[in-house]
Design a protein. Structure first.
Length: 208
């Protein structure tokens, strides 16, 4: 009974460096283990994204992993908060630009494609529950080059898809960090200062 246990322990020790190496490899190619963030808001509505946007889908998953409910409308946010009006703990992330591109960035002297560039662009703004701007329009643009060979077109197509997913994950991480930086007191728009009384009205009041 001792030998099998020792053997299993020895095999687990052999597997540990391999697992660590695999995690290091994933980390080096842009892969990040999903982690939750502490968010000041409780519900969020994602608007403006293109139809069936993979970026919106991945962002929604990351938000839900952080305990935030992604709603389809403000009415759903009201019902989630058991309130009669949109709660301050609700925000809206509005995508002004949601675009993925694959561009030819270099060619050989014979006109053959040598390098392609994968680019993902997200321009967004965040609004409070009352519609006021919480985070002004911000741009997140990431691009990576990929060598291309027509003889390996199919393999390069798969590599390009993996690169686009890596860019998407990086953008989601950046957006999540920006959302996590929102403080609870920022969810309510600051009160506008009362306009100063004009000297004319003050003078007319004094003559009465």
């Amino acid at each position: 009974m001792v030998m099998p246990m020792q053997r299993r322990h020895f095999l687990s020790l052999l597997g540990a460096p391999a697992g660590a190496a695999a995690l290091a490899t994933l980390g080096g190619c842009g892969f990040e283990l999903r982690q939750g963030y502490a968010m000041a808001f409780r519900t969020i509505q994602l608007t403006g994204f293109t139809a069936n946007s993979p970026l919106a889908t991945e962002l929604a998953r990351a938000l839900e992993a952080s305990g935030v409910q992604v709603t389809e409308s403000t009415l759903q946010a009201v019902r989630a908060a058991s309130s009669v009006m949109v709660p301050p703990s609700h925000i809206e992330l509005n995508a002004l630009t949601d675009k993925r591109e694959t561009l030819v960035s270099a060619k050989t002297a014979f006109g053959q494609v040598r390098t392609i560039t994968a680019r993902t662009t997200l321009r967004f703004q965040v609004k409070r529950s009352d519609g006021s701007i919480l985070i002004p329009a911000s741009d997140v643009v990431l691009a990576r080059d990929l060598s291309y060979n027509e003889r390996d077109a199919l393999a390069k197509q798969d590599e390009s898809a993996a690169l686009n997913r890596a860019l998407q994950n990086d953008i989601v991480g950046q957006v999540m960090r920006r959302l996590a930086a929102i403080r609870p007191d920022q969810l309510v728009a600051p009160a506008e200062p009362a306009p100063p009384r004009s000297s004319v009205s003050a003078a007319s009041g004094a003559t009465r």
